[in-house]
Ligand binder design. Sequence first.
Ligand code: SAM
Length: 250
Amino acid sequence: QNALYIVPTPIGNMDDITFRACDVLKKADVICAEDTRHSLPLLESIGVKSPKLISFHDHNETEKADKITAIIEEGNSVALISDAGTPMVSDPGYHLVAACVNKGIMVYPLPGACAAITALCSSGMPSDRFSFEGFLPVKEKALHDKLRSLLEEERTMIFYEAPRRIFDTAKALGAVFGDRKVMVARELTKTFETKYYTTCNHLAEELEKDPNVQKGEMVIVLAPYRKKENDNAIPSEAKKLIDILSGELP
Ligand code: SAM
């Protein structure tokens, strides 16, 4: 059928691809992939023979969206995959789906692997309401500002983080959130899957104990804000000021 299919791929364990995802990828006339060379071994392993691949990434997404919708309108089925997990979750795809919706092209999203949901499920944090925050800012001030803006967020928060940034982020989390519960999930679904359950002010030292911590990908899950009894005594503006000031302490 001429339509766009959004197809999740594994985030580590190759068995985490669904029967339906394999079927859609085998039947697709065209597969759009973030990094075509990266995706070829996966496609070959599920029996997709000589796929017609189009590279589709952050830098060419808007310009390619028109080309791809034209291909679908000519009667083809197109599958969108990313390097890992669900396309559009901190991955390209949004402009393409918006273009399809605008042109009345059918979009079929397949359920599948996603690091954010996988991490949430092992976090022990409330899962009835959560906020996916994607990647945090890199610059120190922007990072602290962003974290402070989430101080009274009443939903569990999920962040993606690069291993080389984890210590800076862990220290910033400690400065802003103090004894708030936090969980870091590393290498989910892979052989060396590791979870660190601690509080923000102990996160950096907890991670430092593991010599392998800077290897592999990670997700941070942060507990929601809970109003404490004695919080009523301190107005929230004053509390924010205290948090800002304590963030400046060495
Ligand atoms: N679209 C993907 C998804 O559905 O999860 C996410 C893509 S984003 C570019 C990559 C980030 O996802 C990594 O930096 C890391 O934060 C997280 N991630 C992906 N795979 C992971 C894994 N196996 N374990 C922990 N985190 C992972």
